[in-house]
Ligand binder design. Structure first.
Ligand SMILES: Nc1nc2c(ncn2[C@@H]2O[C@H](COP(=O)(O)OP(=O)(O)OP(=O)(O)O)[C@@H](O)[C@H]2O)c(=O)[nH]1
Length: 352
């Protein structure tokens, strides 16, 4: 490891700074990037700890994660993910900095200097960088501001590469990583609820649904691709407006969409999807008129491979297409009723 910078007295050599920025921005995976950011900063400056807080969508738990780099007894830097909720005072400062978009410099009750700098994207805080030290931290504030801006810009670029150009929904490339993050935060939330309530675990589950527009070829052939694209775009807008913010929506390509939906039970996921199906069937699309969709869904078990669940949902979708379209079917219910027993051709969706 390179020696750290005694920031109070000397200027930081530019070559060290550039090497550090190059080091953390070579990652394409957001989790690895977060890990590398706190490590690079801790290598650069002599402080007790460097942490990156990420803001979550859940208003009850605004801090989604906290990645902290500290020095252990052997003087080696170690990076850990910790639960911010364990320290209510710290969580309050982090949230205040993110809400106001202002840096906070404070002394903790045990005399430690703490600097919090929000990380922004499009004038909204997506997280915050936090440093703690026995020494005052004001001298390194411009450096931390700079790192925070580079990180915010880089995250924006990474996020753009995860989006479908036409609809703005997530694209297929980002599916596996989004699913992994959702499963992780879901199981962390369940643990937290056990901790907080000391009662039963969170019993909500995650379902994967595939939606396909019915007879879309006919729409293209009759009205042309421009109107076809318009239908795709309007459908995506209606999906965004209809599903909860915590549900994750993808356009996998063509007229095919995938949704990751959290629900308490099968009945409520079925009701949610069927409500959306009906909403689309009732809508009058400009020029094209009525459009219907078919939906298949399957439960995601904690240890299931994504491609297996996609295949199950696709089988349910195929069943919907074979049984009149404009309908919603769940894989588990179909299997229980023995309705998927007959051999069928490979699903319409390309697996990984
Ligand atoms: N406008 C437009 N059309 C697309 C796009 N991607 C794929 N398509 C068209 O979507 C159509 C899909 O047709 P099929 O897979 O045969 O299915 P379908 O006509 O929807 O019939 P069912 O799914 O069986 O109800 C094809 O004509 C593709 O050319 C796109 O991005 N824009």
């Amino acid at each position: 490891m390179r020696g750290t910078w005694p920031f109070a007295s000397d200027a930081l050599p530019e070559s060290r700074l550039l090497a550090s920025v190059a080091e953390f921005t070579h990652h394409r995976d957001i989790d690895a990037l977060d890990h590398s950011l706190v490590l690079s900063l801790a290598e650069l400056v002599t402080v007790g700890s460097v942490a990156l807080c990420k803001r979550g969508d859940d208003p009850l738990h605004p801090i989604e994660s906290l990645v902290v780099c500290t020095r252990n007894d052997e003087d080696t830097l170690v990076v850990n993910a910790v639960g911010a909720h364990q320290d209510a005072v710290l969580a309050k400062s982090l949230i205040r900095s993110m809400d106001t978009l202002e840096a906070i410099s404070e002394i903790t009750p045990d005399g430690v200097s703490r600097l919090i700098v929000p990380v922004q994207r499009d004038h909204v805080a997506i997280g915050a960088l936090m440093l703690e030290s026995g020494e005052p931290l004001d001298a390194i504030r411009p450096l931390i501001d700079g790192f925070s801006r580079i990180y915010g810009n880089y995250i924006a670029l990474l996020n753009e590469s995860e989006r479908d150009k036409l609809t703005g929904l997530y694209n297929r490339r980002s599916f596996e990583q989004r699913l992994r993050r959702l499963l992780k935060s879901h199981s962390e939330r369940a643990l937290r609820q056990v901790d907080e309530r000391r009662t039963a675990v969170d019993d909500s589950r995650i379902w994967l649904a595939i939606l396909d527009i019915d007879h879309f070829k006919r729409i293209n052939d009759t009205y042309g691709h421009v109107y076809g694209d318009e239908v795709i775009l309007m459908l995506a807008q209606r999906m965004r407006a209809s599903f909860r913010q915590s549900d994750i929506l993808f356009r996998f390509g063509g007229e095919e969409f995938v949704m990751l939906i959290t629900a308490a039970d099968e009945a409520s996921v079925n009701a949610t999807l069927d409500r959306f199906r009906q909403h689309i069937a009732d809508h009058n699309f400009p020029q094209v008129g009525n459009v219907t969709v078919s939906i298949g869904y399957a439960l995601i078990g904690e240890h299931d491979y994504p491609e297996i669940v996609l295949d199950r949902a696709d089988k349910a979708l195929y069943f919907a297409k074979q049984n009149g379209r404009n309908s919603v079917y769940g894989y588990e219910a179909l299997t229980e009723r023995g309705e998927l027993a007959t051999p069928m051709p490979a699903g319409s969706i390309d697996l990984f």
